[in-house]
Ligand binder design. Structure first.
Ligand SMILES: Nc1ncnc2c1ncn2[C@@H]1O[C@H](COP(=O)(O)OP(=O)(O)OP(=O)(O)O)[C@@H](O)[C@H]1O
Ligand SMILES: [Mg+2]
Length: 483
């Protein structure tokens, strides 16, 4: 969830909480309060009309005016009856004048001297009404009664209208709050988004990228710390690069000199003498040392070189690798063949990188397989497998041997090595979004895989390896069908 969404959600949550906390009790008490208000007002108006009617009882015109005025105020019907229950005045019109209403329960009670207010069903109107009746007292006796009737449905509708208004106000407040929240979160999130873009540039290798110092105090401090970190990383990397370059230069020259001198000394010594034998051993050791220096140099630069990639067809890559190693294989009495399973497809990598990775796997297969066995290099969809019938590799060694200088049981029992072949192969494959894995081969032996499905031409876009590419594929020790 983005920061913006989180902030807007938080604002919405707080506003909803406020609306529910304040609006709901208000809405709930509204109906009761309006009902009480209507009842009290009806009573007060009826009392008022009754008091005024005492003076106007004989004057029908005045009584009628009185009833109409009260009816307008109350939005109801006002009826005045005499002591016998006969209608004197009706705000609804003259039709009922003269009729006897003494049987209406509220009027009967009012004519008996006590005011009454009831909610009942009116058969005439066909709806619930609120009827309020009070007696008209003249000279201590009941001279008639006033009745006010109001539609309960109308009151309900009025309440519903007010409730709807409350809901609309709540929604408007919520929308305004969301808008303000969204604007605020945009402002807060902008510096963070810019910082994230800069961090991504640094991650992609642009170590000169620096963040703008902007935003709140915390954001400015974060940007400052980020810049410090980027500065330190770029200084460290520069120092490391310089060190590797210097060290390799400083080591290579004396190593070459040493090797030449040893070879000269060997040429001057009888080959079958003990000294000649020792000198031969020394030349081999120096060659190994030079190789190790070269490999370490390659490994330290594998993640940061900028090599152009090309679109390669994996059959050709596998066949060329077999051709390179055929003589060495024959010398070891091993049959080395190339094969293919399924459509191999194309990958986008640097030729030298895939060749170097494959060489490390084929070299291992030849080194650790017994005389007389067979090794096959098989290309398949986006991957190449090197299959041997050697001692195999146990599950707990499969990852350990990818550590630098990590040698497994086969390595320790077999010919001397540096423990750098597999780490280099993996590093080179990963620079192109690929992966190198070792697995057991059905029927005995090892199956080493360079999986380059993550280096499909459409996926690699820029076409250069700058290191740190996502490892793709990764089906450890997998075989193609029928392997
Ligand atoms: N095909 C294989 N069969 C059995 N064991 C293997 C195979 N390939 C690699 N290994 C194990 O993995 C270890 C590491 O291999 P890696 O290629 O990294 O180094 P190395 O072969 O020992 O030395 P070098 O750096 O000279 O290649 C080996 O020592 C060996 O134990
Ligand atoms: Mg090796």
């Amino acid at each position: 969830m983005t920061l913006r969404v989180r902030l807007v959600a938080a604002v919405a949550y707080v506003l909803l909480l406020a609306i529910v906390a304040f609006g709901l009790p208000l809405a709930l008490s509204l109906r009761t309060r309006i009902n009480d208000e209507v009842r009290t007002q009806a009573h007060a108006q009826a009392d008022l009309v009754a008091a005024a009617a005492t003076d106007f009882l004989p004057d029908r015109a005045q009584l009628s005016l009185l009833a109409r005025t009260a009816s307008t105020t109350l939005h109801g019907r006002v009826l005045i009856v005499n002591a016998g229950g006969q209608v004197l005045v009706d705000s609804a019109g003259p039709a009922e004048v003269g009729s006897n209403y003494a049987s209406r329960p509220e009027l009967a009670r009012a004519l008996a001297g006590s005011p009454d207010q009831v909610q009942r069903y009116s058969r005439t109107l066909g709806e619930e009404i609120l009827a309020t009746a009070v007696p008209i007292i003249h000279n201590g006796t009941t001279a008639g009664a006033v009745r006010v009737t109001q539609s309960v449905g109308a009151v309900g509708r009025a309440v519903a209208r007010v409730e709807l208004e409350l809901v609309v106000i709540g929604i408007i407040v919520l929308l305004i709050g969301l808008l303000v929240g969204s604007l605020l979160s945009g402002q807060i999130g902008r510096p963070l988004r810019r910082l994230e873009q800069v961090a991504r540039r640094v991650a992609q290798g642009d170590l000169s990228a620096r963040a703008n110092i902007e935003g709140s105090v915390e954001q400015r401090s974060l940007a400052g710390s980020f810049n410090e970190m980027a500065e330190r990383i770029s200084r460290l990397l520069r120092a490391q690069r310089d060190f590797v370059a210097d060290a390799s230069h400083q080591l290579r020259t004396p190593l070459t000199g040493l090797r030449l001198r040893l070879e000269e000394a060997r040429a001057l010594t009888a080959a079958d003498s003990p000294a000649g034998h020792e000198l031969q051993q020394a030349v081999t050791e120096v060659e190994r040392l030079a190789e190790t220096v070269g490999e370490l140099l390659l490994l330290s630069r594998a993640g940061e070189r900028s090599v152009a990639g090309t679109t390669l067809e994996l059959n050709g890559v596998a066949e060329a690798a077999v051709a390179r190693w055929r003589v060495e294989a024959r010398a070891r009495g091993i049959t080395l063949t190339a094969g293919r399973e399924g459509a191999p497809g194309e990958v986008h990598v640097a030729r030298e990188d895939i060749d170097r990775a494959l060489d490390a796997l084929i070299e291992n297969a030849l080194h650790y397989s017994p005389h007389g066995s067979a090794v096959s290099v098989v290309s398949g969809p986006g991957r190449i497998e090197v299959r041997d019938r050697g001692p195999g590799i146990s599950a707990d060694e499969r990852e350990l041997v990818f550590k630098r200088f990590g040698r497994g049981s086969a390595g320790r029992a077999g010919p001397p090595g540096h423990g750098l072949g597999l780490p280099i192969a993996r590093e080179l494959a990963r620079a192109w979004g690929g992966e190198v894995t070792l697995g057991a081969r059905a029927g005995g032996g090892t199956c080493a895989t360079v999986d380059l499905r993550g280096a499909a031409p459409q996926l690699t876009g820029a076409g250069t390896a700058t290191g740190g590419g996502a490892a793709g594929g990764g089906a450890a020790g997998g075989h193609f069908a029928g392997a």
